[in-house]
Design a protein around this ligand. Structure first.
Ligand code: AMP
Length: 430
């Protein structure tokens, strides 16, 4: 065993799993482009202030979960990104994308870093895919991102997911609601835990997020934001629900879903998976019309987006038996060397096959022919191509179909032809 271990809260992803990741990523790429989203890749670290402004000083992420460091002695502090939205918005504003077109639809897949206590479904390095629709904010826009997210889940075959949705109203609604919440919680100050006391002043909505069992009854009795919405906010929410119903997307309205970030407004949503246990959120998002201004933009950039945790998505797929048929790419042909003095010739043949676009494997440790055949079967090659003295002198090679045991003798050109046939290719990943 190595004396080094992976850092706590990080994970190695081995080839079998990488095949599963690539499968999910493939669906994300296909569906995002179907909905007109283009991929963006932003740096893994950003100046710390971006997240302080963009996520909010009162949040757990900024308060205690960021991996921050100083790149050089005089440098400004930088932070490994704990979420993607702030970076995407920063890039859009920095490069003035909105002078080119008013609306930008961007999606991403990438690694994030949060100093959380690792547990099942919670890591310190994890990955998300997500989409951001920037430059317009409306019920139709937020419904579009929710629909894309739900279509990804559906295409992957996920079952028993629950979409919870709520509205946070507009800024004025929330000012009135904040006051109502403060008046409600103040008389119970003695009961509140320390975190909630802090939130009472700065961001009372986040008390509703509290997982402290002692506070659940108190929280349940708190006023509902819904009762403080003005007519236009209510109409906005109803329109979002109308779009979801039109598209057969089932949802539950959850008045306690607040997603604690200051810049959210109107719709907020979260998807949970019943097979995940304590960390059951698989994705979420909403409208964040206030973010651009928070980042110093002189004009409003209304926006909506979602983010889905890849690891939790894959855990859910695994528990639902959806990963068993996803295999890494198998070699199509295994080049079997019959006499070791022909190994260089065999290596050249393997190279020619690979140049011709055929997935080829060959022994590199001078194994006996029997062990080469065993290896070919272990890695599930579809064909074996034999290189022996006769083949070397005549230029005709024995090609054995390992699925049917049929064997034919062919010139290298004919071997290439056979292996290129679509029927052969379909068999590769049985
Ligand atoms: P958030 O950005 O906190 O709304 O998270 C969006 C999604 O990312 C969650 O629903 C999870 O699926 C995933 N996620 C968040 N934090 C972690 C973590 N520490 N480890 C693994 N997945 C996470």
């Amino acid at each position: 065993m190595s004396q080094y271990q992976a850092v706590k809260g990080t994970k190695d992803i081995f080839p079998e799993e990488v095949a599963q990741w690539k499968y999910v990523e493939g669906i994300v790429h296909t569906l995002a482009s179907l909905y007109g989203f283009s991929e963006i890749r932003t740096p893994v670290f950003e100046y710390t202030e971006l997240f302080q402004r963009g996520i909010g000083l009162t949040t757990d992420i900024v308060g205690k979960e960021m991996f921050s460091f100083q790149p050089d002695t005089k440098g400004r502090s930088v932070t490994l990104r704990p979420e993607m939205t702030a970076g995407v918005m920063r890039a859009a504003l920095q490069y003035n994308l909105f002078s080119l077109a008013p609306v930008h639809k961007l999606y991403y897949i990438g690694e994030l870093f949060r100093k959380e206590r690792p547990q099942a479904g919670r890591q310190r390095q994890f990955s998300q895919f997500g989409a951001e629709l920037l430059g317009v904010s409306s019920p139709a826009a937020v419904a579009e991102v929710i629909t894309l997210m739900m279509q990804v889940f559906e295409s992957l075959g996920l079952k028993e997911l629950k979409l919870r949705i709520n509205t946070l109203g507009d800024t004025e609604d929330r000012v009135r609601y904040r006051e109502a919440l403060q008046s409600y919680f103040v008389p119970f100050y003695e009961i509140l835990d320390e975190a909630s006391r802090e939130r009472l002043e700065k961001n009372p909505l986040r008390i509703l997020d509290s997982k402290n069992p002692v506070l659940q009854e108190l929280v349940a009795g708190a006023p509902r934001l819904y009762d403080y919405l003005n007519d236009s906010s209510l109409r906005d929410f109803e329109k979002v629900l109308f779009y979801l119903a039109e598209r057969n997307i089932a949802y539950d309205i959850d008045h306690r879903l607040v997603r604690g970030l200051d810049y959210y407004s109107h719709t907020a949503f979260e998807v949970t998976s019943s097979v995940l246990g304590a960390q059951d959120a698989i994705g979420g998002g909403g409208r964040y019309d206030g973010l651009a201004r928070e980042l110093g933009s002189s004009s409003d950039v209304p926006a909506s987006g979602f983010a889905v945790g890849m690891e939790r998505l894959l855990i859910t797929m695994e528990k639902q038996g959806l990963l068993t048929t996803i295999n890494p790419l198998r070699p199509l042909v295994y080049v079997v060397v019959q006499q070791q003095e022909l190994v260089d010739h065999a290596l050249t043949i393997a190279w020619r096959l690979r140049k011709a676009g055929i997935r080829t494997e060959i022994d590199l440790v001078a194994r006996s022919m029997k062990s080469q055949m065993r290896e070919a079967n272990r890695i599930r090659a579809s064909y074996a191509l034999f290189i022996g003295k006769t083949e070397y002198t005549t230029g005709s090679y024995a090609l054995k179909n390992l699925l049917t045991s049929e064997q034919t003798t062919l010139s290298l050109e004919d071997v290439l032809q056979v292996l290129h046939q679509p029927a052969t290719k379909e068999r590769i990943n049985l």
